[in-house]
Design a protein around this ligand. Structure first.
Ligand code: FAD
Length: 434
């Protein structure tokens, strides 16, 4: 008997750990509800995770397989399940966030020589793309050049019927908690994800490069919530898009390279989970103002594009990349709110919340040293709305009181021009001091 430990790979298609286990013999799946991850996570994200675990269990059952669900810390749960089932080995797809690496080391210590790791969370795994002389990239453009030149992975079909795996009589499979969500959730599971991918390839890919910056998010795939939990294979998505071809496809697959770059950065520079990628920027004079933070988080700053973004995110769990950049730049550069606090609160609102992409996104938008964007580039939320929501429909939808106009309405928590000057002076001082 073999055990497939699913973590951020809640799928049966293109899953190298599952394929290798089934090649070795009868196998059962396992999901561990890890309190170190789940207890600090928002209700909507727990609910989204649980719905996808339930869908994976159904996908197993349709093929005659079993997916076990257990609660506890993995380095205690896995040895127990391995002993109960007399499992010979554990197969898992590698994750590389700081906590995942700590967790996996503990599991390896508890089960020496019995865990086999596979790639499959990214198109190109963290740590794989290195400079010609060795060492990690810190800038996206040269990273992406090598990313595009890397060989394509061989995709793996979803398995057919599982060979029967005899469980001890009366063995408890464990139940998937029915967690409530405060936002409507997209359809869960890999069938829904594969269907959404195909629909996007048919209807959105061709013009993606032109439509992706619309603030209302109508020009993008909205597949991130599936990629985050590995419900959809990024390798399959990239290959299907490249088969379709065209400028839209190349741009879209380039965004998957950004996802990989985010994973690579956090893998190589784990300090960015706590402090600025370039630690000089930790010295910015942060203003931990509870009122401004609350206004930002609840979408009542008085700046329409910022409020529309935060209200949409709170109501749906999704926000376009363009709107994410607007709300993050407002928080970090204009309000000088402690970025870690904003990053954490923001991640909890996102169904696609992901450590690596969120940290990279916040540090990129905040000018904290990720990539080559100059710190003095400060988005003007008014211009952003003019350009990327020209008719004002998105603003009207989420902030009806602004009448679709991008200028501040009511009592604004910040004077935008004064805030911009304050940031530029402070950032200039930090830049000059080093
Ligand atoms: P599409 O435009 O259809 O792109 C396809 C896929 O490429 C996405 O599903 C995503 O997996 C990946 N991708 C696209 N843009 C980026 C990017 N800039 N960085 C990394 N991957 C990207 N993405 C997350 O998945 N989780 C997060 O927690 C997250 N937080 C962010 C926070 C900020 C402040 C910013 C600026 C960006 C953040 N992103 C995050 C990246 C990006 O905004 C989302 O991935 C994207 O908006 C998701 O929408 P989509 O699936 O329609 O993307």
């Amino acid at each position: 008997m073999y055990l497939v430990w699913h973590r951020a790979d809640l799928r049966t298609h293109d899953n190298p750990a599952l394929a290798a286990a089934l090649q070795s013999g009868p196998a059962v799946g396992l999901v561990v509800l890890d309190p170190n991850i789940l207890s600090g996570t928002s209700a909507r994200r727990r609910a989204w995770f649980c719905r996808n675990v339930a869908a994976l269990r159904e996908a197993y059952a349709r093929r005659g397989g079993n997916l076990l669900v257990r609660s506890g810390v993995p380095w205690e749960v896995l040895p127990r399940v391995v002993a109960e089932l007399e499992a010979r080995r554990v197969f898992a797809v590698r994750n590389s966030t700081p906590y995942a690496r700590f967790r996996d080391r503990k599991v390896e210590e508890a089960l020496p020589g019995r865990v086999a790791w596979f790639q499959g969370q990214y198109v190109q795994e963290p740590g794989e793309i290195v400079k010609p002389g060795g060492g990690p990239y810190t800038v996206f453009t040269p990273y992406s050049r090598r990313w595009w030149a890397a060989p394509e992975a061989q995709l793996l079909e979803a398995p057919g019927r599982f060979p029967p795996a005899a469980l001890p009589p009366g063995y408890d499979l464990g139940s998937v908690p029915n967690e409530p969500s405060d936002v409507p959730l997209p359809p869960a599971g890999e069938e829904a994800a594969l269907g959404a991918l195909e629909a996007f390839l048919r209807n959105g890919l061709l013009l993606y490069h032109q439509a992706r910056d619309k603030l209302d998010g109508s020009g993008v795939s909205r597949l991130s919530c599936y990629f985050t939990l590995g419900v959809l294979s990024p390798r399959l998505a990239a290959q299907r898009a490249m088969q379709a071809g065209g400028e839209g496809a190349r741009k879209w697959v380039g965004e998957l390279a950004w996802r990989d770059f985010s994973g690579d950065l956090l893998h190589n520079f784990p300090h960015m989970a706590r402090s600025a990628f370039d630690p000089r920027w930790d010295a910015l004079p942060w203003v931990d103002d509870a009122e401004v933070f609350g206004a930002w988080l609840e979408g009542r700053t008085g700046v329409p594009a910022v409020d529309a973004g935060m209200r949409e995110l709170r109501a749906t769990g999704f926000l376009s990349n363009r709107a994410r950049m607007v709300v993050a730049q407002f928080a970090v550069k204009l309000a000088l709110l402690p970025w870690q606090k904003c990053e954490r609160a923001f991640r909890d609102l996102l169904l696609d919340g992901d450590n690596a992409s969120n940290l990279q996104g916040w540090q990129w938008a905040g000018g904290l040293g990720v990539d080559a964007a100059p710190y003095f580039r400060v988005f003007n939320p008014l211009t952003q709305a003019h350009t990327h929501d020209p008719g004002g429909a998105w603003l009207r939808r989420w902030v009806p009181e602004c009448g679709g106009r991008p200028e501040p309405y009511g009592r604004s928590v910040l004077d935008l021009e004064a805030a911009r000057r304050r940031y530029l002076e402070a950032a200039g001082r930090v830049g000059r001091a080093n």
